[in-house]
Design a binder for this molecule. Structure first.
Ligand code: ADP
Length: 626
């Protein structure tokens, strides 16, 4: 093994990885595999029927020249060709249908993994780096899981080709030149046969080995272009689609980051970048050498078969059969060797794929179901909860103790970075506390089935996302929905005025990703839709994280003045750094540096002149004094 090959996983490991990827695809999408197998069988075997029949025709022409027999053979050949083409076309069609959008089907594996992953891993930039890398390998060179389908298809095809080819060529080696052929009888000598076979296999091996060596440069160096590739995808993606960011990119000329990677000197994609150098040097030599060797092989086969035919070892009709079959066998062996190389070259990419797909779920998964209560009598309690983000050594929350009373309106206030959002993330069990516990009706929330547990919360996150689907589907977070209920929620969220201006009402697409008639909504309007979506879910707890940050003061006032009506009998938790919006809440908790420093009603808190609330209140109030 050369030093450089040591950078790749061992052969054994490489096969294990490729087999695992194939098994995964077969298990997930068996219908992608079946038509491929049948197509391979058909594509591989049928050429031999043509080879056999044309050999018969040439033989007949060269020897007995029986016109009746010739007619029969020609007719049979024509019929066979028509049938072969017809079935072949049907198989291609079937294959295309089942394998359409295979890129998206495989991408779905990653998306599903992301959805199942513990939130802390989604929040971790290393996870996204890995996924970018995997997608880049696929887009750049077709490496990774999707490559396995092609490798295995070609391996299977190569094995069948070799098998059938050998059956049709055995007699080329076993047929003997007659003793009367003089010097040609040397062709019968076993040593001559061994020498011919050895040369054939050496040449057959060399072509694909050189080609795999060429690919190998790509496999070993893919990482080096990762940063540049990501930058190109990121910047060109935003310039194309995302209007807001495109404006920032223009004004601050962030395309300079792209230029850095494509400039001639030092840029990965430049004309003196390492890929360009490899292509002009060693990698290019490997690919060119591979093509040249194949031509040498064909010449060699012609020479050997023709010599034996001239010497009288077999009839002239068989020359076509032998040359065609042996060329096929050589093609088969070439493919086999090339695919072995690909199995190895694909292995490091698969390692990255499985590193992502194997990210474990470490959060404890309970199995208790959350009792569905009509009276919404759910009580949540934080008991001595402290929390540190993974990889950080400072506590984002420290010793939090509190209980939510049913139907209460609770406001969580504090400066930016004081821990308010982290508190909600723990409440929704996106993270587990580092210390202490959170209880739902007296039971640690870890013991509940997670999906069941989160079903009792509706949350409007600060950085919520709407989807480029119709408005009604956005509010209902689903395809089928109750129109009246959606309208009622939009009414409560103050969106009806805008709805009246939407061309297709609830069927109007938000944004223009999927429809030219889509409507762009402002930040404030989007927030109202997000609030309506939370109301539609109708969960016993509603959490609004900075619910009015993007609203203008009039819209904010409008929402707050009827908040009690909007949330009805739900337990509502508002997070805000705008204190004026929290006055109406039954209880206000003040966060500072990850701790709860004050609790109480507005009047009581604002009267405490030494307290954080007083400080925040007057710091903000001065902006309202005219
Ligand atoms: P708030 O919502 O009050 O603005 P956060 O809960 O977002 O505050 O943040 C509390 C603290 O936790 C801050 O110091 C913030 O930098 C830190 N923090 C927030 N998210 C993360 C994260 N994903 N990883 C590490 N630290 C974080």
């Amino acid at each position: 093994m050369s030093k450089k090959d040591k950078d790749l996983p061992s052969w054994r490991e490489a096969w294990k990885l490729n087999n695992r990827a194939f098994a995964l695809l077969y298990q997930k999408y068996p219908r992608m595999v079946y038509p491929r197998i049948l197509s391979v069988i058909w594509r591989t075997i049928t050429p031999y029927i043509s080879i056999y029949l044309s050999a018969q025709i040439v033989g007949e022409l060269a020897e007995s020249k029986d016109v009746g027999r010739l007619k029969e053979l020609v007719l049979l050949t024509l019929m066979a060709e028509v049938l072969i083409a017809l079935v072949g076309a049907l198989l291609v069609k079937w294959n295309n249908c089942e394998n359409a959008a295979s890129h998206f089907k495989i991408d779905l594996l990653y998306v599903q993994k992301l959805l199942k992953m513990d939130f802390m891993d989604i929040d971790n930039s290393k996870t996204h780096d890995l996924l970018y890398k995997i997608r880049q390998f696929y887009n750049g060179g077709g490496w990774g899981i999707v490559r396995v389908l092609r490798i295995y298809e070609e391996l299977f095809s190569a094995l069948l080709t070799i098998l059938f080819g050998i059956v049709l060529t055995v007699s080329l080696f076993t047929s003997r030149v007659p003793g009367s052929a003089g010097a040609y009888t040397l062709l019968n000598h076993p040593l001559f046969l061994i020498a011919v076979l050895a040369v054939m296999f050496a040449v057959i091996y060399l072509a694909p080995a050189l080609s795999a060596k060429g690919d190998n440069y790509w496999a070993r160096n893919a990482n080096k272009q990762q940063e540049g590739n990501r930058m190109f995808c990121f910047i060109s993606g935003f310039i194309n689609y995302k209007g807001d960011l495109a404006a920032d990119l223009r004004i601050y000329r962030q395309d300079q980051y792209m230029a850095k990677h494509s400039k001639d000197k030092g840029g990965v994609f430049g004309s003196s970048g390492f890929f360009a150098k490899y292509a002009a040097g060693r990698m290019g030599f490997c690919f060119a050498g591979s093509a040249a060797v194949s031509v040498v092989f064909t010449g060699f086969v012609y020479a050997f078969v023709c010599l034996k035919a001239i010497a009288g070892a077999f009839a002239i009709g068989e020359v076509t059969q032998y040359i065609a079959s042996i060329t096929k066998v050589s093609g088969g062996v070439s493919t086999l060797v090339r695919m072995f190389g690909e199995v190895r070259n694909n292995a490091p990419f698969l390692q990255e794929n499985f590193r992502f797909l194997d990210i474990p779920n470490t959060m404890y998964q309970g199995s208790l179901t959350v009792e569905k209560r009509k009276d919404r009598d759910y009580e949540v309690e934080f008991k001595n909860v402290s929390f540190c983000y993974p990889g950080s050594d400072t506590f984002a929350l420290k010793n939090i103790n509190m209980k939510f009373r049913i139907g209460e309106r609770l406001a969580v206030v504090g400066m930016n970075g004081s821990g308010k959002t982290t508190f909600i993330k723990l409440l929704c069990r996106l993270y587990d506390p580092t210390e202490g516990e959170i209880l739902l009706n007296g039971i640690n929330i870890r013991k509940y089935n997670y999906l069941d547990y989160i079903s009792i919360f509706s949350v409007v996150f600060q950085d919520f996302k709407l989807f480029a689907f119709p408005l009604g589907q956005n509010v209902a977070a689903g395809i089928g929905y109750g129109k009246e209920r959606v309208l009622d929620c939009l009414l409560k969220a103050g969106f009806l005025e805008k709805l009246a201006k939407m061309p297709e009402g609830l069927d109007t697409y938000l944004y223009r990703d999927f429809s030219d008639r889509g409507v762009d909504v402002s930040g404030g309007e989007a927030q109202k839709i997000a609030i309506a979506r939370a109301l539609y879910k109708n969960s016993p707890f509603i959490v609004l994280d900075e619910p009015t940050a993007a609203l203008d003061p009039i819209a904010e006032e409008e929402i707050y003045s009827k908040l009690n009506e909007i949330v009805e009998d739900k337990t509502a938790i508002y997070i805000s750094h705008r204190l004026s919006s929290c006055r109406f809440c039954d209880e206000i908790v003040v966060f500072d540096n990850g701790r709860i420093v004050q609790k109480g009603g507005h009047k009581e808190l604002v009267a405490d002149k030494g307290g954080k609330y007083y400080e925040l209140w007057y710091a903000q109030a001065q902006y309202y004094v005219v």
